[in-house]
Ligand binder design. Structure first.
Ligand code: CA
Length: 238
């Protein structure tokens, strides 16, 4: 667990740094805004703690620049004043949380833990089956890196199948799970699977959606037989 702390007041910096290290984190520190931004870009951090008032570039600008570069590392801002304007500004620039100074160190630690935990949960919410990726938080789907646009129902159906790769879902199970039994037409499932196939499998050599004759449907990763697995993505930190 590596944390970057950008803070120009030596007393505060060493206090936070020592506390974080005592808690088992490894900490890099910068005192200058420009250097802090560069270190944030170059390093692979689990969290960045940013002071607002810094020499050469302020914390808001660092935060904004990282977000413009699609860097999604959790950012905790240390703000001098707790005003509504500051908070709104913080959220606008893409900070995840902020801590008004002076602060209680235990509260800072609690926020650090919460941000890292939230980030882990967020990252573990990408389902992968072969080259199919489902971002379950954003409800976005990609295959071989290309976005696939699905209707609400199509997404729910794909999710039901992909959440248990290799498992066979009967039409009844799908009807119950995706349509909540509200639709009595048993052909609906078949029609939706057909539409999903067009969007997910058409144009790809490997067909992920399998029909199990007389039983139902399944998503199977190639070469995995019926032992497909869900991989938790831990690589999209930035
Ligand atoms: Ca400062």
């Amino acid at each position: 667990m590596k944390i970057l702390l950008v803070e120009d007041e030596p007393g505060i910096s060493s206090m936070i740094c020592e506390g974080l290290e005592d808690a088992g984190y490894s900490v890099d520190t910068e005192e200058d805004g420009e250097k802090g931004l560069q270190t944030a870009i170059d390093g692979n951090y689990q969290l960045i703690i940013l002071d607002v008032m810094l020499p050469s570039r302020d914390g808001w600008s660092i935060c904004e620049t990282l977000r413009l570069q699609r860097n999604r590392v959790p950012i905790l801002m240390l703000t001098a004043r707790d005003t509504v304007q500051d908070r709104v500004h913080g959220l606008d620039t893409g900070a995840d949380d902020y801590m008004p100074k002076p602060f209680d160190f235990r509260e800072l630690m609690a926020r650090v833990r919460a941000l890292i935990r939230r980030d882990k949960i967020h990252k573990s919410r990408t389902l992968r089956v072969a080259d199919l990726e489902i971002d379950t938080l954003e409800r976005k789907v990609r295959r071989a890196g290309e976005a696939i646009h699905l209707s609400h129902r199509e997404y729910d159906l794909l999710y039901a199948l992909a959440a248990r790769p290799g498992a066979i879902l009967t039409r009844e199970m799908i009807q119950e799970g995706v349509w909540m039994n509200e639709d009595a037409f048993s052909n609906t499932v078949n029609v939706y699977v057909g539409m999903l196939r067009k969007k997910v499998d058409a144009g790809h050599d490997v067909k992920l959606i399998q029909t199990v004759r007389g039983i139902g449907y399944s998503i199977v990763a190639p070469g995995r037989g019926d032992s497909g697995s869900v991989e938790h993505d831990t690589t999209i930190a930035n």
